[in-house]
Design a protein around this ligand. Structure first.
Ligand code: NDP
Ligand code: HEM
Length: 486
């Protein structure tokens, strides 16, 4: 026998097929509470989608630490032999909740580690760098990726106008337009913490760190032409691949690596190690293998466990902290603010976001206050108190960070080399990869005015003369048949 159907108040329902009406041909009665409840709930089934990274795919898993970096950090989650539960949400950036999965875009790679010292969120991408280095430019950049206010169409002109006026975007644009800009499925791409973060050890010494997750499935990408066929067959190719793989017991895995820099070395590197448009070259800071991340369980409810999932770069644990990367500071504000709007005040008490360790705070009421944060004494609802309520622990304090400098709006482009690192990447590409890079860029430039294309090509010239020439040739090859037909 199936369970008995009830209202949300638990009362059994006798008829879920027919509304309560005045006679067989008459109107519905206002007292049909069951009908009102169904309609009212339907009206509240949507919440605001994420302003960016709206389309996503989530899965649970574990991180197992096999290496030993205990001399750099006291974080329990990173100690040798530790196994920590986690949930990971992959995403695309620009598309809406219903966007097709196989679109060329940066992919989000956001991980929530449920550690015994609280949730640690590492909210990264599948790229080690980003398009802008000053957070003041983030909303402008995102506007160029989203829809035009009048046409409601995506605008290649806006994208290339902005990029061609922002040379710091060259590195990320090159990655996006390379083979790796269109992975076949989440399992076939790397993840990067991207920012420089801080680590500190028991002795209070600080180190700077970059986190990397290298796919153990190998890299697999679609060409632009292939993606047209994929999207024609299914707009949900990522969800199908990830969910299906985990359901079959074929668990995707990533090797976790760190690059470590002693605190004071940051003053001596030729590039700013806190600049999000730069990597730390491997030869200077070799990656150290520290563990394996595995995804092995599908969420049971997409909305509850993936849509209501809330990551924030402000979620640190003792032994892991921020760095002077100014993009990171802005993100530390932005995410929790977004969650309070998108999900509500007590979003961190939702099951998927709830820490798997005791939580004791003095925040009080508000919508959906359904949880207890029992302080052990109902009189201990403020702090400090003499009622034995939860108290701070100076033992987890982060070591002080020395800062200096005159407060001003410093020109972040002055004296900044935006070309060497994209050049190093371009030089890694073989002839085929370069041709596909040129071709992908030309595809993405359809309809863009010539003066913007030329301004962008002059930036490519400064990366490598072959880069600018290759893109010009690919653009001309697309324009020639059109011009002949006109
Ligand atoms: P290395 O030769 O030591 O490393 C090259 C890196 O490039 C590898 O991590 C490789 O990833 C990655 N890579 C290869 N193809 C692509 C692609 N199409 N898009 C993005 N990454 C790719 O060189 P360096 O450390 O000196 O770096 C050279 C350039 O490589 C950098 O300027 C940067 O553009 C890129 N890169 C560097 C990273 C770093 O942390 N140093 C990280 C990622 C990219 P894999 O090992 O998975 O093949
Ligand atoms: C999502 C802001 C840069 C990765 C979001 C969201 C906001 C935001 C508001 C939606 C959050 C939500 O509703 O849950 C910003 C700002 C940035 C910035 C202000 C820069 C100043 C970055 C960078 C990365 C990144 C540099 C990666 C290195 C992500 C990811 C998500 C996301 C992966 C989706 C998280 C999820 O799966 O829920 N961002 N972002 N963002 N952002 Fe950023």
């Amino acid at each position: 026998m199936p369970d008995r159907l009830t209202t949300t108040a638990g009362a059994p329902i006798a008829d879920n097929q027919n509304s309560l009406t005045a006679g067989p041909r008459g109107p519905v009665l206002l007292q049909d509470w069951q009908l009102l409840e169904k309609l009212a709930h339907q009206n509240r089934e949507r919440i605001p989608e994420r302003v960016v990274h709206a389309k996503g795919w989530g899965a649970y898993g574990t991180l197992t630490i096999t290496g030993d970096i205990s001399r750099y950090t006291r974080a329990k989650v990173l100690q040798p032999g530790t196994k920590t539960d986690l949930i990971l949400r992959f995403s695309t950036v620009a598309g809406e909740l219903g966007a097709a999965d196989a679109e060329r875009d940066v992919r989000g790679f956001a991980i929530k580690f449920y550690t015994p010292e609280g949730n640690w969120d590492l909210v990264g991408n599948n790229t080690p760098v980003f398009f802008v280095r000053d957070p003041l430019k983030f909303p402008d950049f995102i506007h160029t990726q989203k829809r035009h206010p009048q046409t409601h169409l995506r605008s290649p002109t806006a994208m290339w106008d902005f990029w061609s006026l922002s040379p710091e975007s060259l590195h990320q644009v090159t990655i996006l337009m390379s083979d790796r800009g269109l992975p076949v499925a989440p399992m076939f791409m790397n993840g990067y913490g991207s920012h420089t973060y801080g680590l500190w050890n028991e002795a209070g010494e600080r180190f700077w760190v970059k986190f990397h997750f290298k796919t153990l499935q190998g890299h697999r990408h679609h060409t632009n032409a292939e993606s047209v066929g994929v999207i024609g067959r299914s707009r949900e190719s990522y969800q199908e691949a990830l969910f299906g793989s985990i359901a079959r017991g074929d668990f995707p895995r990533w090797k976790m690596q760190v690059q470590i820099m002693p605190e004071l070395e940051a003053e001596k590197t030729p590039y700013n190690p806190f600049d999000l448009t730069k990597v730390w070259p491997h030869k200077d800071y070799p990656p150290i293998d520290i563990g394996v991340l595995e995804l092995n369980r599908n969420p049971e409810n997409y909305f509850a466990e993936t849509e209501q999932l809330a990551f924030s770069p402000s979620n640190f644990v003792p032994g892991i902290g921020a760095s002077p990367d100014r993009m990171l500071q802005a993100r530390i504000f932005s995410y929790a603010d977004a969650h309070r709007y998108r999900l509500g005040t007590h979003y961190e008490a939702l099951p998927v976001n709830r820490p798997r360790c005791p939580v004791h705070h003095y925040h009080k009421d508000g919508a959906m206050r359904f949880f207890r944060n029992d302080t052990g004494n109902p009189d201990a609802y403020y702090e400090p108190n003499s009622m034995g309520g939860p108290a701070q622990d100076p033992g987890v304090a982060e070591p002080p960070l020395r800062l200096s400098g005159d407060a001003a709006r410093w020109d972040h482009r002055e004296g900044n080399d935006d070309f060497s690192q994209p050049r190093a990447l371009f030089l890694l590409f073989d002839a085929g990869q370069r041709q596909r890079l040129f071709s992908n860029i030309a595809d993405a430039m359809g309809g863009v005015p010539d003066h913007i294309i030329e301004r962008q090509c002059r930036l490519f010239d400064q990366v490598h003369p072959e880069y600018g020439a290759g893109v010009r040739a690919a653009v001309a090859a697309r324009q020639a048949p059109r011009q002949a037909a006109e």
